[in-house]
Ligand binder design. Structure first.
Ligand code: ADP
Ligand code: ASP
Ligand code: MG
Length: 415
């Protein structure tokens, strides 16, 4: 007998038929003698619908009321799953964020999990009752409901698994594992049997939304046994493992995966004074308002000691950032301020990069041969990211997937 956490995403909860199919999987695990807690997402599209209601109600709305609205999607699916399980003759009970309670920071719309009370849930699970838990939501010490940021149910599931000391956390989704890249845009993508936490973390943080970045971070820290698998068919999924566990696979493989993000924008300030403090003056207001800056490029100064500074941010931050930089014009001392929001980021990730050379040059030549221009580059020990025009992103992912020899031989795209 084991204690397991199963998490079902939005597509797996989209309507009663799908909820019934998920319930069948839960039933199988429960009837095998396991104690089961199920973390659920809202029905696919529901959270977007709720977010839009808030935006339409008022563009600048109170984020604690936003959380009241958007957390409701998961309440519905947690309750429905409990009803369906009960109708199948099983015992089930839902536990909302405030009932458990699952404690978070009070940062509305981006709350962080601080801990949770598990005594009552464990007692109930030990008595044979399946726990259904809405993902994405929690309770701040202010007494208000919070949400964890988009895609946050993955993080809820890992946090519940850690708190319940579960033997494993299975993430059921609409693909049957983690692939070398998004299988929706590259049919030749290959399913990975295993991937390291480190690589999964990098892939998630640069756009592979199959797992929320924070869920991987938490699983790595709490040593949660994490797996991604299909809610629609029985197939072996992908295990997220430590570097030691992956063993020889790592040596052979140069690149493990490719990810992309369309949620990018590039901001340029021209003729900034090339003197100490000038760059700090640009980023000070951004840091104060918690704007995340990703890539930064500063050009070589011209004869008059002036330089252009370019950096990237999330596309949704453009209005705020343009306002901040316009207000700080005098202090920074730039000539012109502009942005480009038709850019996307493409990243290749692999622990093999630590011990192999030539990864970057393969990338640059493959993109160059297709006439795809690189606007900026950033690297980490196991990742290289480039910024390119958005219109080329899908082509670029496919080109690199082939260039690194990742294409599956089993799929004929012309078929
Ligand atoms: P859920 O609603 O179950 O949380 P998501 O839509 O958040 O599901 O995540 C699953 C999606 O992630 C897949 O449908 C797929 O398009 C996308 N995806 C992006 N990169 C990858 C990858 N490398 N491997 C698998 N899926 C990926
Ligand atoms: N329903 C939330 C979202 O769409 C959380 C999740 O599905 O993980 O972002
Ligand atoms: Mg998701």
């Amino acid at each position: 007998m084991a204690r397991i956490v199963m998490k079902f995403g939005g597509t797996s909860m989209a309507g009663l038929e799908r909820i019934r199919a998920a319930a069948e999987r839960v039933k199988r695990e429960a009837e095998a003698g396991n104690e089961v807690a199920v973390v659920v997402s809202a029905m696919a599209g529901e959270t977007d619908r709720l977010v839009n209601f808030c935006r339409e109600a008022a563009p600048l709305h109170d984020s604690s009321e936003y959380d009241v609205v958007v957390s409701s999607g998961e309440q519905v699916t947690a309750g429905l799953l409990a009803i369906v399980l009960q109708s199948m003759g099983l015992q089930a009970r839902s536990w909302l964020g405030w009932q458990m309670p699952l404690h978070t920071s009070p940062t509305h719309a981006a709350a962080r999990i601080r801990g949770m009370a598990t005594e009552r849930v464990v007692e109930s699970m030990q008595a044979g009752v399946i726990a259904t838990i809405p993902g994405f939501q929690g309770l701040a010490e202010t007494g208000r409901v919070t949400t964890l940021g988009r895609g946050g149910s993955d993080t809820s599931a890992v946090a519940v698994a850690a708190a319940l000391k579960a033997d494993r956390c299975d993430i059921y989704t609409d693909v049957d594992g983690v692939y070398t890249t998004d299988p929706r845009i590259v049919p030749r993508a290959r399913k990975l049997e295993k991937i390291t936490f480190e690589e999964m973390l990098e892939l998630a943080s640069v756009g592979a939304k199959v797992l929320q970045t924070r869920s991987v971070e938490l699983a790595m820290k709490e040593k949660v046994k994490l797996r991604v698998l299909s809610s629609f068919r029985d197939a072996p999924g992908t295990d997220i493992v430590s570097e030691e566990e992956i063993g020889h696979l790592m040596e052979d493989q140069l690149i493990t995966g490719i990810a992309y993000s369309r949620d990018e924008a590039e901001v340029t300030l021209t003729r900034v004074a090339d003197k100490p403090g000038a760059v700090a003056a640009i980023f000070k207001p951004l840091a104060k308002h918690e704007v995340n800056v990703d890539m930064i490029i500063q050009n070589i100064a011209d004869a008059e000691g002036r330089t252009d500074v370019t950096f990237t941010i999330a596309r949704s931050e453009i209005p705020r950032v343009m306002e901040m930089l316009a207000a700080a014009r005098e202090e920074i001392g730039y000539e012109n301020l502009s942005y480009d929001d038709k850019v996307s980021k493409l990243s290749v990730v692999g622990v093999g990069m630590k011990s192999h050379t030539g990864v970057a040059s393969t990338m640059f030549s493959a993109l160059g041969e297709r006439g795809i221009n690189i606007a900026s580059i950033s690297t980490s020990e196991i990742k290289i990211s480039v910024l390119i025009a958005e219109e080329y992103i899908e082509l670029a992912v496919r080109v690199l997937h082939s260039a690194y020899g990742l294409d599956s031989p089993d799929v004929d795209e012309t078929a």
